[in-house]
Design a protein around this ligand. Structure first.
Ligand code: ACO
Length: 436
């Protein structure tokens, strides 16, 4: 039987249909609200707003569950590869062997970037952040590949191009920022091995691939592959909803991900842990500062809009650090500091009462450091990982007939109508004196 919510407002009763998802999540369909009553909803940050129906990713923030196309993240992290997980997210099913082989071949075919793109890189100021560069370069891809997506084949070509070229662009930006010789992709390497080789091979010091590092990178990228309607994915979809091209949409996602409250948190965590390690700022002091409402400081890598328990990705990331660092004979003091910080925070009533637990970014930077990835490239690593999610979500959005251009409303709280005052008659606005 169809369920309804009853809303009595402005002397009127409205029956609003309830939508139920396959995992039992419920939403009140308020699409008729404004038309029927003149009211809108008020929900800053859209914390209570479902923006779409989606078949891609399921999260249960209370139980700490994350599944892609039904498959638990724990199984994907252990058994899958990043390319296979990308295929799963975008196409909706695990690939057959021949489909995976075809995808790998296409990724290799698309791995080069236009030589002219190298000129763009050399004109960015030296201290440019790699996320700004990546966002600009992905937007620029549209100028090199202006064709419009009409068919499923066109879409396949574009998503493979993005997955392959963004990885090359990221490695290229690293090499150019160092003033080093650019290393081209190799057709005989897998996706992750190719990236590591483009980053670290050099004419004087050949890079020796280590299978543990390749596996760790696969896991890292799988753990970042999608996270339903997060800030950057919503940015991608918002730009896409205006029918801007996919490169512009993904470029917007990269810009959103750059923020320290989102994908930039992995860089911010390492900077925070380094501060504790090198400058002797204490762990307890960091926790106290994060609790202090007069300070804007937050414990980076802690808290999540959806997870009110331990982020399942952080659990896996911590285990991977514990396994990979000893294998690589790395003893990183930041890992011990992170574990101690976690212990102090998780036994503090502020963090317990607000359900603030480590999120994916808390341990991910330690893994990236072990792979020699420089700190300012951490958000770029996140961006490459999130690409398949952005692409899958963009496609679902474009195919969804219920979707419209994203355009929230507002409650206006400014001045009522007032007349234009000529310059000669204007007075300085009264300065508000704060109360004692
Ligand atoms: N340190 C200290 N206090 C925190 C933290 C934190 N890391 N996170 C949340 N809080 C507090 C807030 O001050 C707020 O307190 P109040 O209720 O007394 O005002 C309460 O917990 C709820 O926080 P909100 O900011 O309202 O929660 P929201 O869901 O909007 O934010 C966010 C989630 C942005 C992730 C937040 O927890 C945060 O800033 N964390 C640190 C940055 C970070 O690690 N970001 C990565 C997130 S994962 C990702 O994007 C991949």
């Amino acid at each position: 039987m169809k369920e309804y919510a009853r809303l009595i407002i402005g002397g009127k009763e409205l029956r609003l249909p309830v939508i139920t998802g396959t995992e039992g999540e419920k939403a009140v369909d308020i699409r008729a609200l404004r038309k029927e009553t003149g009211y809108i909803t008020y929900d800053p940050g859209f914390a209570n707003t479902g923006s779409c129906k989606s078949k891609i990713t399921f999260m249960d923030g209370e139980k700490g569950i994350l599944r892609h196309r039904g498959i638990p993240i724990e199984q994907l992290a252990e058994k899958s590869s990043f390319v296979e997980t990308s295929f799963l997210l975008i196409n909706g099913h695990l690939p057959l062997r021949k489909e995976l082989t075809r995808t790998s071949i296409m990724l290799n075919d698309q791995s080069m970037v236009h030589e002219d793109m190298k000129i763009f890189f050399s004109n960015f100021p030296r201290l440019s952040h790699p996320m700004g560069i990546l966002s600009a370069m992905v937007n620029a891809l549209r100028s090199f590949y202006p064709e419009i997506i009409h068919t499923e084949e066109d879409f396949e070509k574009v998503f493979i191009r993005l997955l392959s070229k963004v990885r090359t662009l990221a490695a290229l930006s690293f090499k150019i920022s160092r003033g080093h010789k650019v290393i081209y992709p190799r057709a005989d390497y897998t996706y992750c091995a190719n990236f590591l080789n483009m980053m670290f091979d050099s004419p004087v010091n050949p890079y020796l691939l280590d299978k543990d590092v390749v596996k760790a990178l696969n896991t890292f990228w799988i753990l970042h592959a999608d996270h339903e309607q997060n800030c950057s994915t919503s940015a991608v979809k918002t730009v896409g909803s205006a029918r801007a091209n996919i490169y512009a949409s993904i470029s917007a996602g990269i810009a959103a991900l750059w923020g320290p409250l989102h994908g930039g948190a992995n860089q911010a965590v390492i900077e925070m842990l380094t501060q504790i390690h090198e400058k002797g700022a204490g762990i307890k002091e960091a926790v106290e500062k994060a609790k202090n409402k007069r300070s804007s400081f937050r414990l980076m890598g802690f808290g999540h809009r959806v997870y009110k328990t331990y982020d399942p990705r952080a659990k896996i990331m911590k285990k991977v650090c514990d396994k990979v660092l000893p294998k690589l004979r790395i003893n990183d003091p930041l890992l011990d500091i992170a574990k101690a910080l976690e212990e102090v925070a998780l036994s503090d009533s502020y963090f317990v009462e607000k359900n603030l637990y480590p999120n994916v970014d808390f341990y991910s930077g330690i893994l990236l450091r072990a792979m020699n990835i420089p700190t300012n490239m951490f958000p770029v690593m996140f961006a490459i990982g999130r690409l398949p999610g952005w692409i899958a979500q963009w496609k679902e959005h474009m195919d969804d007939r219920e979707q419209k251009i994203t355009r929230p409303r507002q409650i206006y709280t400014g001045l009522n109508q007032s007349a234009y005052v000529p310059m000669a008659k204007r007075e300085a606005p009264a300065v508000e004196v704060p109360e004692e």
